[in-house]
Design a protein around this ligand. Sequence first.
Ligand SMILES: Nc1ncnc2c1ncn2[C@@H]1O[C@H](COP(=O)(O)OP(=O)(O)O)[C@@H](O)[C@H]1O
Ligand SMILES: [Mg+2]
Ligand SMILES: [Zn+2]
Length: 509
Amino acid sequence: MSLGTTAAVALVGLTGHVVEVQAQLAYSVPGFSLVGLPDTALSESRDRVRAAVLSSRIDWPNRKITVNLSPASLPKQGSAFDLAVAVAVLAGAGQVRAAGLDRVVHIGELGLDGRLQPVRGVLPMVAAAVAAGRTDVVVPTADVAEASLVPGARVRGATTLAQVVALHGGDPGTLPDVDPVRPARVTSVRRAPGDLADVLGQELPRTALEIAAAGGHHLLLTGPPGTGKTMLAARLPGILPDLTEAEAVEVTAVHSVAGTFDPGGGLLTRPPYEDPHHTATPAAVVGGGSGQPRPGAASRAHRGILFLDEAPEFGSRVLETLRQPLEHGELVIHRSGGTARFPARFQLVLAANPCPCGMATGKGLECTCTPMARRRYLGRLSGPLLDRVDLQVEVAPVGRAGMRGEPGEPSAVVAARVAAARAAARARLAGTPWTVNAEVPGTWLRERLRGRWSVMRDVDRALDTGAISLRGADRVLRLASTIADLAGRDEPTAGDVGQALVLRTGRAA
Ligand SMILES: Nc1ncnc2c1ncn2[C@@H]1O[C@H](COP(=O)(O)OP(=O)(O)O)[C@@H](O)[C@H]1O
Ligand SMILES: [Mg+2]
Ligand SMILES: [Zn+2]
């Protein structure tokens, strides 16, 4: 019996684990089996590997072949193991040089014609390999750029199985060169367009957007159609600071697994923007799918913006699924093969018409909805969801005067104030688990600030008289902190608290 051994990487969520791929070739009844918890895609791998070897005009060993992937306890999904399986078999058959091969990580799907197809998740796979001391990786040519982003990786690319065989000192066969496979990137990371200078009027919503950016607060914009809600939301990423390096690595890994990362521009350094349509299914928002699970919109928005336009039109199950990431900053996808976790710490922006017909604004004279329908409409955004939205503002139609007015401040100017405010908040919150005001729990704020902030008296009095609820008080304190940070003040003034009260038109105060 002879053995061939190489390595691959199994991804669980964003976490990669090095897997040993070992082929045993015995002189017995010819056959080919794969063991070690394979899912269906892995079993199909058997057929692809055999076809790819034969298409490459390489002899398929006529023996009893058993390929073992270990540790067996790891769920192994997807097609990225094909190349390692093929290399292990050919090493066992003596068709490639076996020495040192066990240290090399092979990643890639094989086409029936012997071409190497790019796979999702190359960045976290290679990162895991390097972290485990396996710096030698072989990937499909189309994935070389992405793999090369991992510091310390020694990346080699190949277009066909035959080229990989040649790489390992084997006879590449007589197959003519084939064209490299184009990376099958369907979409790439959404970058929201536009500058705040495009938005006319809308002083209050613009202020709300700036406060949301500075404090990381979730935001609800309500108002009739055509007032600029979508415009405003799309301009939020543009006033957020760059991602830190650690955040950039994490966000890029999510998009690598999602298949929405184009490595041409290096790691993703700007906050992503995701705006799923209201017809989106829970799976599209949360993630899932067969084989290697894909992160959904909520994870692709990690460290960026998740914008739900026409939010009440979303299915209640979709809205319900957002509670987990809003609370825990991650999404857990349960599968028969195990559990995948994807980070999902996004800033939520909701836009909504005030009622089904959209006209219930101002005096609401043009609204044709029944009072019942009006109440129900925003009620679809359930309490638990809205409870987490500190900022709730109305966007009114821009009058003629507004339309003729000066263009608004450009995003760059606002972004500079946001960056300064974030720095101030980070300094104040140093030593806590939080970096932005929106993350700070109410109890901490109230305890910490009682006796320190003079304005706490006003808040306490409003609480005592029942003018605001405890939850409302927490929101006011968080928003007032951000307003003070933006103004360069250590602590909020009564005026800041007043503004916070206005910006939290929160129906459920
Ligand atoms: N405040 C505004 N400033 C400039 N253009 C606006 C404004 N509000 C609306 N518009 C114009 O109307 C279009 C629709 O705006 P949109 O943001 O989609 O409104 P909403 O989401 O409130 O329905 C925009 O593309 C823009 O051309
Ligand atoms: Mg809109
Ligand atoms: Zn109406």
